[in-house]
Design a protein around this ligand. Structure first.
Ligand code: ATP
Ligand code: MG
Ligand code: MG
Ligand code: MG
Length: 561
């Protein structure tokens, strides 16, 4: 690429609205430009790096057996109503109407679209498992878009979805995807950790986030140097007292459920419909309503919690409205109760409160007919979140905190979507079963920004080879000098012939400007064609180490690659 023919609008000043290094440098070095809050154009260099990250993702998806497809960004509201998320997703979902007043959303994620696709196309266990992915623009109307590409309202995501006929098959693919994610972020040169995450509103069990360690991260992770334990602290409530839930009210009947791992299994022990195992509660928290759905067994920091409760925040004006939403979301799953008793401030605090309060606190035991509000009165004080200096739950180390940027997220969804949307297949015995699902996301543009955040110095970017926009930056000091211009062209063409990715600075600019831009852009190798052009001698300089040496133009490639 010739710099005279491309668009790299570098800036000397730090943009006023850019708080973090990656945002400042991506703008200053002419990689991106903002259009609206959280909405960016990728200029030619930004697009190059984005493609590099995408290519790494594609290669590792292929290795993991995931197959690329492309789904629409424009999604019918009907699908989101089927899953219930039209009501629960909240204002982050960009909603719109077409000219016939039909409702649509711009894809924030694609569980609904892919589940409806598989529902129509896959009928037999013989076609499972399937693992499909796409790389696509996503839309989320974030409350606080910020830090440039790190939290956009329009951003590039790789999202994969897997479909299975058995839990073992899901476990296997989940492990493969987890490995693929580790390889991807390693190849990007990132300092990251995979942490246990919160299954939140998605409704699932196992889930891990991939966190890049960074002071500007918006998440906090608890980890230890001597233990393999690492968790998002949202997911690390420590139950300090079990006292209230230990005092089981006498009217409750304990039922042994020794081998039950899932809600369906618990249900079969209790001899009830799975759905009736699920209770729902509505708490008022400040002026918001928190919907809490009881789920099956759950492990928190290796503490087995029976009847795990899951909280979803629904921001609605009146309890009546909230009830309606809940009814639509959970269908006939259970009685709805409204409680104003628990007054806590944060959503995760509610989760901590409800985690475990209905547990019988014995392995393989459940209470039948539990009514959490009536039967248990545990309060926020019974729970606290893990703290620095605590022993790690596996006892192998001491907990430290670090800030992290969530670049990836893998998730065992189970049958949350397939059940709600009727995505079933016929098993070996001809019985209809809901497909078991997993989903796996990577913020591709956020990963780019996380790399940018990590690889820079006072002069600009220092891109690692794997994602650098170009490998070599050839700078012709004075293009009006015939010898220099010709040698620059020769070298440029030689490198192109050898398939080296090269940017040629053939602009009529002062050399100081060219060097400053080159440092800012941060291509790993710079080759300067200047004073000794007549002898065929050029200067090679490494961006990362500053090391430099002179070499004959014909030897450049062998010296640098
Ligand atoms: P966050 O907690 O940062 O809001 P999320 O948990 O809502 O992210 P997921 O639904 O797990 O995000 O989406 C998968 C991936 O998409 C995330 O791991 C992250 O890398 C990326 N991502 C999510 N939201 C954004 C955003 N607003 N801008 C850029 N990337 C994003
Ligand atoms: Mg989010
Ligand atoms: Mg998150
Ligand atoms: Mg996430």
């Amino acid at each position: 690429m010739r710099q005279s023919a491309t668009l790299i609008p570098t800036l000397r000043e730090v943009p006023a609205d850019a708080e973090v290094k990656s945002h400042q440098l991506l703008v200053r070095s002419g990689f991106i430009r903002q259009n609206a809050s959280g909405v960016y154009s990728f200029l030619p260099l930004g697009k190059k790096v984005l493609q590099k990250v995408e290519e790494i993702v594609r290669q590792e998806m292929e290795r993991a057996g995931s197959v690329e497809l492309l789904m629409p960004a424009l999604q019918q509201a009907e699908l989101w109503k089927e899953s219930g998320r039209w009501y629960s997703y909240g204002p982050e979902l960009m909603r719109m109407n077409d000219r016939h007043s039909r409702e649509f959303a711009l894809g924030a994620t694609h569980e609904e679209v892919i589940t409806s696709l598989l529902r129509d196309e896959v009928k037999s266990y013989k076609r499972l498992p399937l693992n499909l992915y796409q790389i696509q623009t996503k839309f989320r109307d974030e409350k606080r878009p910020r830090f440039g590409l790190l939290r956009g309202r329009e951003f590039v995501m790789k999202d994969a979805y897997s479909f299975h006929a058995s839990q073992e098959s899901l476990d296997e693919v989940y492990d493969k995807m987890y490995e693929a994610y580790s390889r991807i972020f390693e190849r990007c040169g990132l300092n990251f950790r995979a942490v246990i995450a919160d299954s939140g509103a998605m409704g699932g069990k196992d889930t891990h986030e991939f966190m890049v360690l960074s002071e500007i991260g918006e998440d906090t992770i608890a980890y230890s140097d001597t233990s393999s334990y690492a968790a998002n602290i949202e997911m690390a409530p420590v139950v300090t007292q079990y006292k209230k839930s230990n005092e089981a009210p006498v009217e409750l009947e304990k039922v042994n459920t020794p081998d039950a791992r899932t809600i369906e299994e618990v249900a079969s022990f209790l001899n009830v419909e799975a759905s009736s195992c699920i209770k729902s509660l509505l708490f008022k928290v400040d002026d918001r309503f928190v919907l809490v759905l009881a789920r099956g067994d759950h492990e928190i920091n290796d503490i087995k919690v029976k009847n795990y409760f899951e909280a979803t925040v629904v921001e609605l004006a009146t309890p009546e409205e909230a009830k309606e939403v809940m009814a639509a979301q959970i269908g006939s799953l259970g009685p709805i109760q409204v409680s104003e008793k628990i007054e806590v401030v944060a959503d995760h605090a509610v989760k901590a409160v409800v985690n475990g309060v209905c547990g019988a606190n014995e392995d393989g035991v459940h209470y039948q007919g539990v009514n959490p509000e009536r039967d248990f009165t545990a309060t926020y004080e019974d729970f606290r979140f893990i703290q620095e200096g605590d022993a790690s739950p596996d006892g192998q180390g001491i907990i430290k905190f670090a800030k992290g940027i969530e670049v990836g997220h893998v998730f065992k969804l189970g049958t949350r979507y397939s059940e709600a949307m009727g995505a079933t297949y016929l098993d070996e015995n001809g019985r209809s079963q809901p497909m078991i699902m997993g989903c796996y996301g990577i913020g591709v543009s956020r990963t780019l920004a996380a790399i940018a955040e990590q690889f820079n110095d006072e002069k600009g970017f220092v891109w690692p080879q794997a994602v650098a926009p170009y490998h070599v930056h050839v700078i012709t000091v004075n293009v009006k000098n015939d010898e220099q211009r010709k040698l620059g062209e020769t070298l440029y063409n030689q490198l192109l012939d050898r398939r080296v990715e090269v940017l040629l600075d053939d602009r009529q600019e002062r050399v100081g400007v060219k060097f400053a831009d080159s440092d800012l852009i941060g291509i790993p190798v710079r080759v300067t064609v200047g004073k000794r052009a007549s002898e065929g001698i050029v200067e090679v300089k490494m961006r990362q180490t500053g090391e430099s040496f002179e070499v004959h133009v014909d030897e450049v490639e062998s010296k640098i690659m």
